[in-house]
Every structure is written in structure tokens, then in C-alpha cells.
Design a protein around this ligand. Structure first.
Ligand code: KG4
Ligand code: ZN
Length: 364
């Protein structure tokens, strides 16, 4: 079964064709990320206009491998596509509408079924797609159930129990800022602009290999409370306060020292966020007798987070758990995960009833 998937929930325009939820035939992503840099965050109006510009070229490129002359038309879809999957939420209304209306139009013209997909839930299905190779130790295929699934993206930090590929129970989520949002806001605070979690990761790697001793340890909010909820806004405030103080210390006048301090902040921020994510996920895995842990969302591409999970799985604390995380390009927003989610748990709907839902719930 070939699914054509469309994802336009934020600043990425993505289309993909995936066979049986696992085999990637095409995967195309265009991003307006750089256009938002000077504003310090995604500007919904700009994102929506870029979606409009990009959707047809991205769709054309995604369908090209199916069309003999590299020019797709309705016949290509009629012949090779079995269903259209589309992100209906959560996300920015202007961006979502572009994908949803495109998908509905294709469904209307070709008569193919349309499957609405929840973006946040879809993230975890990137783990069910066949990857050429897994660089992760402790990985068993097929994924053993029950599974504890952590979705950590720019706007969400959610934990789910998956008893099967279809059966999902939401265990907890963010009560304020998400993990990715915290990475993004802290990155901006300490001078990395729009670089987000990746900028923090790179700076933290530099300090890890130096011998710099940093005195500050940031809080690990809600790490030890008994729920599976998360909170990262207090951590951001703590970083703001310490970063402000740093301006008064004498040793940062020297450019070199100030860069080292910036990297040390990045390291400590990353340690705090990843400690909370690892601790709560492992606790849930123990409580529910999980056989696997799935990581997904942009934050799951963080190398330190993955490293901490490997270390825990090597220790006696958590044995026989299979660890899964998609390759980086399938952690951040893409349409392959939308196709996979549609294949494994989607329900086709009449195109008339499909609509964009910006605040679509992620609690199942
Ligand atoms: O899943 P995603 O692409 O978009 C949303 O659905 O939100 O996630 C984007 C988030 C951003 O907050 C970004 O800073 C974070 O993922 N991110 C990272 C890394 N790469 C992306 N966070 C930590 N380390 C990374 N290497
Ligand atoms: Zn996402």
C-alpha cells in the first residue's frame, strides 16, 4: 500500500511516498526556517505564505520517482497511490490549511481515501520505518511491545504507553514549555540566536572536551515528582538569572573566557534537560514493564540524550530494553512519519469532514 503524505504544520513543507508504512519511496522537505531568524521565532504569516509557495514543487518532487517522465499528473496518483495522509493538527492554522486543502483537493480529484493524522503522535511512528542501518546499540527488531514512547519536539514533551502499534495511552506531558522550546529559548538567551537545540549540543560538545570547571548546576524541574508531566519554564528562568549575573563577573571580559562560559552554560542546560527526559522515561518503562523505549521528535536527535539512554541501558538499572530512535532527518518534521502513522493507526475519512485543527489534543 503506497501512501502519499503531506505535512505542513509549522515552517516545513514536506511530502513523502511510503510503502506499507515502512519503505520510503520519496521524502522531500522544504523549510522556511532561515526566513524567521531575524524575528527570533517562527512568524505564522511568513510560514503560511511559504507553505503556499512550496507545496506544489515539493509534491511534484515527492511524486517524481513514480512518474516515468518525472512529471506527475492525476494518472500517477491514480495508478500508484492508495491513500493520501495529511497532518490536521496540532500546528499553525495558516500552515495547516495549505496541506489540508491540498490533500482534500487530491482526494476529491482522484477519489482516493484521505487519512487525517495527528502530528505529535505521528512523530513516534518514524521509529517503525525501515532505516538502512541503526547506529543505536541495544536495538531489537521487530520492536518489542509494550513500549514507552517519548515525543520531545519544539512544542511538545509527551510520554505514551504503547501496548501494540495501534494501542496508545497518554501518560503525561508538558505543563508549560516543552523540552525543545526550552532548548530554543535558552539558545537565544545565551547568544546562539535561532540555533536551537543543535547549537546548544555543538557548544556543549566543545566544553565536554575541555577541562573547564563550571560552578553552576541548573534545576531539573519535576524530575522526581510522581506524575509523568514535565515543566521546563523554570529552568529557562534559572538560566536567564545566571546569565544576567555573569555580566558582572570579571573573568568574562576576556573574549576567550566569555566563549568558554557560553559553552559551559550550553553544557549545563543540555545536562538538565536530558537528565529529566531520561529519568522520567526510564521510570515509566520500569513501572509499565516495557520491553522497548522509543524516542522521537526534534530533541530525540540530541546526541547527549541518546548517549545517556545507552549508558542507562548498559547499567544494571534497566536491562533487556530495546532502544529506538529514528535517524536525525526523521526526528525533525517530515512527511514520512505522517505516512507511517496513517498506515499503522489511521482511519480514512470522507474528505468533506477533514479539517485543520490547530489545537488538536495529543492525549489519547
Ligand atoms: O520535531 P521538531 O522538528 O518540530 C516540532 O514538531 O516542534 O522539533 C524541533 C525542536 C526544536 O525545538 C529544536 O531546537 C529541537 O527540536 N532540536 C534539538 C536538536 N535538533 C533539533 N534539540 C536538542 N538537540 C538537537 N540536536
Ligand atoms: Zn514535529
Amino acid at each position: 500500500m503506497n501512501i502519499l503524505a503531506i505535512e505542513t504544520s509549522c515552517d516545513e513543507t514536506a511530502c513523502a511516498v511510503v510503502q506499507d508504512g515502512t519503505k520510503i519511496i520519496s521524502n522531500v522537505v522544504a523549510s522556511s526556517k532561515t526566513m524567521h531568524e531575524k524575528y527570533g521565532g517562527v512568524v505564522p504569516e511568513i510560514a503560511a505564505r511559504e507553505q503556499l509557495k512550496c507545496i506544489i514543487p515539493v509534491l511534484t518532487e515527492a511524486l517524481a520517482p513514480l512518474a516515468n517522465d518525472k512529471q506527475y499528473n492525476n494518472t500517477t496518483i491514480q495508478q500508484y497511490i492508495d491513500a493520501i495522509a495529511v497532518t490536521v493538527g496540532p500546528g499553525l492554522i495558516g500552515s495547516l490549511l495549505v496541506g489540508v486543502e491540498t490533500a482534500k483537493t487530491i482526494a476529491f480529484v482522484t477519489g482516493k481515501p484521505i487519512i487525517p493524522v495527528n502530528h505529535v503522535i505521528a512523530h513516534m511512528y518514524a521509529n517503525f520505518v525501515n532505516h538502512q542501518q541503526s547506529s543505536i546499540p541495544h536495538t531489537t527488531y521487530p520492536i518489542p511491545f509494550p513500549v514507552i514512547s517519548l515525543v520531545a519536539s519544539g512544542a511538545h514533551t509527551e510520554l505514551y504507553l504503547m501496548k501494540s502499534v495501534k494501542e496508545l495511552t497518554w501518560l503525561g506531558g508538558t505543563v508549560d514549555d516543552a523540552a525543545g522550546e526550552c532548548f530554543d529559548k535558552c539558545a537565544r538567551l545565551i547568544g546562539f540566536g535561532h540555533g536551537g537545540g543543535l547549537a546548544i549540543q555543538k557548544a556543549a560538545q566543545k566544553i565536554q572536551i575541555s577541562n573547564f570547571k563550571f560552578q553552576i548546576k541548573f534545576p531539573r524541574p519535576m524530575m522526581n515528582d510522581e506524575t509523568y508531566n514535565f515543566s521546563f519554564s523554570g529552568l529557562k528562568t534559572a538560566v536567564l538569572r545566571e546569565w544576567g549575573k555573569r555580566a558582572y563577573t570579571s573573568d568574562v571580559k576576556d573574549v576567550h573566557t566569555s566563549e568558554v562560559v557560553q559553552h559551559a552554560f550550553a553544557y549545563e542546560i543540555q545536562e538538565a534537560i536530558t537528565d529529566v527526559l531520561v529519568e522520567k522515561t526510564i521510570r515509566a518503562a520500569n513501572q509499565y514493564g516495557a520491553k522497548s523505549i522509543l524516542l522521537s521528535g526534534g530533541v530525540a536527535s540530541n546526541t547527549r540524550l541518546r548517549e545517556k539512554f545507552f549508558t542507562k541501558l548498559r547499567s544494571n538499572e534497566v536491562t533487556k530494553l530495546s532502544l529506538h530512535a529514528p535517524p536525525v532527518q526523521l526526528c525533525t518534521d517530515n512527511a514520512v512519519m505522517i505516512a507511517a502513522a496513517a498506515y499503522f493507526r489511521g482511519q480514512p475519512e470522507d474528505w468533506h469532514t477533514v479539517s485543520a485543527v490547530p489545537d488538536l489534543t495529543v492525549e489519547t
